[in-house]
Design a protein around this ligand. Structure first.
Ligand code: ZN
Length: 279
């Protein structure tokens, strides 16, 4: 088999289509564009209930590459759901079990008003340690996703692949539950990217492809599709594959220009074309 990415290996992150596209619309658009997986966002799962979401996804012939996103134990910006981080994380684990998700993606949350990033990272570790038993009982894996340090203060204080891997190893020496999600947008700049990915070995639970546009006009909502920038998502896929990752490859971008098309089918079609050409 060639090294080229095949449609049956590709998953679509729901938010690529827009923040307000409901799960049914997203699943139908993904299936029509030839995706074999989807990464739903939890608010869209809870909107219809996890059992209905699971049926919807299964009936469309899709698998769940990851449930986005949970574990906001750090602080800072988090979903406006009125839940404390622990309750939210426990619910995400239960939903991931119902969805048979490959993993729950955890970004850790930001630092909080006091600016104590070490304390925030310790809260993330403590929070995850507290849910390990629930995840193990449910047969759910949890992927720690390092985010670019530009968002450490307000979104995610897990900042590098090595930090995420070290955290996963401390929480779970056997590697049954805690692993790492690698996302081209967040890690492309790491000086020893290839070695850092290799050190993860079979702890890589998710691979997100996208691109870093030059210039980047908005640090959150100007993320490119594969091929739009300098992040070289194909290089990251190769590194992950060399580290034994053989799961779905998820296209994940949040981009106002793309969302402005207002057409989930067209966005899904472009995302698949970009993945096959550059992922
Ligand atoms: Zn990601």
């Amino acid at each position: 088999m060639s090294d080229a990415l095949q449609p049956e290996q590709v998953s679509l992150n729901q938010r690529t289509l827009g923040p307000d596209v409901d799960l049914r619309t997203a699943v139908e658009a993904a299936a029509r564009a030839g995706f074999r997986g989807i990464a739903p966002w939890r608010e869209h799962v809870t909107a219809i209930g996890a059992p209905a979401a699971a049926r919807l996804i299964r009936d469309a012939g899709l698998r769940v590459s990851g449930l986005c996103r949970s574990g906001f134990f750090g602080d800072g910006a988090r979903p406006d759901d009125g839940l404390d981080a622990m309750t939210e994380m426990e619910g995400a684990i239960d939903d991931a079990a119902t969805l048979d998700a490959a993993t729950v993606v955890v970004t850790g949350g930001g630092v909080g008003a006091d600016g104590d990033i070490a304390a925030a990272r310790a809260r993330v570790e403590d929070g995850l340690a507290a849910v390990a038993g629930r995840a193990r009982a449910a047969g759910v894996r949890i992927a720690l996703e390092p985010l670019h340090p530009m968002v450490a203060a307000d979104r995610g204080c897990i900042s590098t692949i090595d930090f995420a891997r070290g955290l996963a190893e401390r929480l779970d020496p056997a590697g049954d539950i805690f692993g790492v999600a690698v996302d081209a947008y967040h890690v492309w700049w790491e000086p020893d990217l290839e070695a850092a990915v290799a050190r993860c070995g079979d702890r890589i639970q998710a691979l997100h492809i996208c691109d870093w546009r030059v210039p980047t006009r908005d640090l959150l909502l100007d993320r490119g599709l594969p091929g739009d920038g300098v992040a070289q998502p194909r290089r990251l896929r190769k590194f992950a594959k060399n580290a034994s990752y053989d799961g779905l490859v998820e296209v994940e971008t949040f981009q106002r220009e793309l969302w402005a098309l207002g057409d989930p089918d067209e966005i899904a079609r472009q995302a698949m074309a970009a993945a096959l050409a550059y992922g």
